[in-house]
Design a protein around this ligand. Structure first.
Ligand SMILES: [Zn+2]
Length: 226
């Protein structure tokens, strides 16, 4: 049987450090005006997340994704593999990039203009992974074709953060924040979904339409607000 001391000693150092960091940020950070965590904002171009079963069909049994370049969030990557997407009126987007690692269920994330050009009239805006009652599409790979029954969405604008970063901002999982982007016109996104994960780094994800609308590539003055 474990004594209480053993249990205490068995807490991983990283967890202790995280708790200390969180407490420090909560009690000292904002009151003393410490520098906010560095905010990065990225535009996600249209892409596909793929499950094992569809990988087998599209790229051959047992095939694996190969890393083209790592993404900002640890462990995520843009794969070399691409597919062709066929929409409801037989319109096509070719070279649709797959993002790894593989997931439990396939999902395709499009910007509004992608959806229009493919013939989707009312593509729902969803958080990644929440794909009930969403339309499907046909996906073509080098080794086969898959008909997705569901999973085509516009991704809701969201911010990834670690628990300590969430403590800094005073937000919890599922909260909505505001993202103010300065510039000639100036834009504020009022419903930025908070997604907290121990492995995440502070990072806003918007789609390419949203990035173009707010002039993200030129923006210098960006602020994430509760
Ligand atoms: Zn994201």
């Amino acid at each position: 049987m474990n004594s209480p001391e053993t249990k205490l000693r068995s807490i991983p150092r990283s967890v202790v450090e995280d708790i200390v960091r969180q407490v420090t940020l909560e009690h000292l950070g904002r009151q003393r005006g410490l520098a906010a965590p560095t905010l990065t904002v990225h535009a996600s171009a249209r892409h596909m997340h793929i499950c094992r079963e569809h990988m087998d069909v599209l790229f051959g049994p047992g095939s694996e994704l190969t890393v083209d370049r790592p993404l900002f969030q640890p462990g995520n990557f843009a794969a070399k593999e691409t597919v062709t997407l066929i929409g409801p009126r037989s319109r096509i987007i070719s070279n649709l990039r797959i993002l790894g690692p593989m997931r439990k269920e396939s999902q395709i994330e499009l910007a509004f203009t992608d959806a229009i050009s493919l013939g989707f009239d009312n593509l729902p805006i969803r958080l990644s992974g929440n794909i009930e009652d969403t339309p499907g599409a046909v996906v073509m790979g080098p080794k086969g074709v898959v008909e997705l029954r569901r999973g085509v969405i516009r991704a809701a604008i969201h911010v990834h953060m670690s628990p300590s970063e969430a403590a800094y901002f005073g937000v919890k999982q599922g909260d909505l924040m505001k993202l103010r982007v300065g510039g000639a016109a100036g834009t504020t996104f009022t419903s930025v979904h908070v997604r907290i994960d121990a492995n995440s780094r502070l990072n806003v994800h918007m789609d390419t339409d949203e990035a173009n609308a707010c002039g993200l590539h030129l923006a210098k003055d960006i602020e994430l607000l509760k």
